[in-house]
Write a protein that binds this ligand. Structure first.
Ligand SMILES: *Cc1c(COP(=O)(O)O)cnc(C)c1O
Length: 225
């Protein structure tokens, strides 16, 4: 996988990735990684960590150094209360129902929860996310929720070689720009700043196509068992 060696340390990998990213933000993806190695990454300069599952995060968080924390995996409604408690950003909001539940739980917690909307940009039946033609309506509905703020969008393109993924990233950037422009006025809680796309295998292409934040796991920690 890319130029980053499996036998390099977490610190070396983080340093190299951060250099390549320049101004693009890094979510250091920590699923299946133990707290000790996550802390190595934070010490080496990772400022945002990303977890897939609320429960896994709950088991680790007490041991973690301070950082910004993002949820990047599918969220079930029965885990929303904890997600609101734990995460600065929930990137994986993939239905109106979950957005409404987040709003409710955030209100109870006297919090305004930052969220991204996940788009199923390849229209894959097995993947989570809003379909492209649903997203405008979803934003109209979410605009009326007082305790969520939409600060970005996220996608996971089909699992294809990175040059083919480029077309999905480009499509996503087009959609992002369109929605950003159309929500510029009259949408107080829609503030589209971040476009989250690109993982270890394709982040360079994602950045070329306009990602502002990438989610990288195995290029930092090595392949997951
Ligand atoms: C696991 C995961 C990543 C990181 O994948 P790598 O290929 O290890 O970089 C990024 N985003 C999501 C949603 C993931 O589940």
């Amino acid at each position: 996988m890319i130029s980053i060696g499996e036998n390099m340390s977490v610190e070396e990998n983080i340093t190299e990735v951060l250099q390549e990213l320049g101004n693009t933000k890094l979510v250091c993806v920590t699923k299946t990684v133990d707290p000790e190695r996550i802390n190595e990454a934070i010490k080496a300069g990772a400022t945002i960590i990303g977890e897939n599952r609320v429960q896994e995060y709950e088991e680790k968080y007490a041991s973690l150094l301070p950082s910004e924390r993002h949820l990047i995996g599918h969220l079930q409604t029965n885990k929303v209360k904890k997600a609101v408690q734990f995460f600065d950003v929930i990137q994986s909001v993939d239905s109106l129902k979950v957005a409404q539940e987040i709003d409710k739980r955030a209100e109870e917690a006297a919090k305004v929860q930052n969220i991204y909307l996940q788009v199923n940009i390849g229209a894959e039946p097995q993947k989570y996310g809003f379909m492209q033609n649903e997203i405008e309506q979803a934003i109209e509905e979410i605009a009326s929720l007082n305790n969520v703020r939409v600060t970005g969008m996220m996608c996971i393109p089909p699992y294809v070689p990175s040059e083919q993924a480029r077309l999905y990233f480009r499509k996503m950037k087009g959609l992002f720009d369109e929605l950003k422009a159309s929500t510029q006025e009259g949408y107080d809680n829609i503030d589209l700043q971040d476009l989250s796309m690109g993982m270890s295998g394709d982040y360079k292409v994602a950045i070329e196509e306009g990602a502002t934040i990438v989610r990288i796991g195995s290029a930092i920690f090595g392949s997951r068992k």
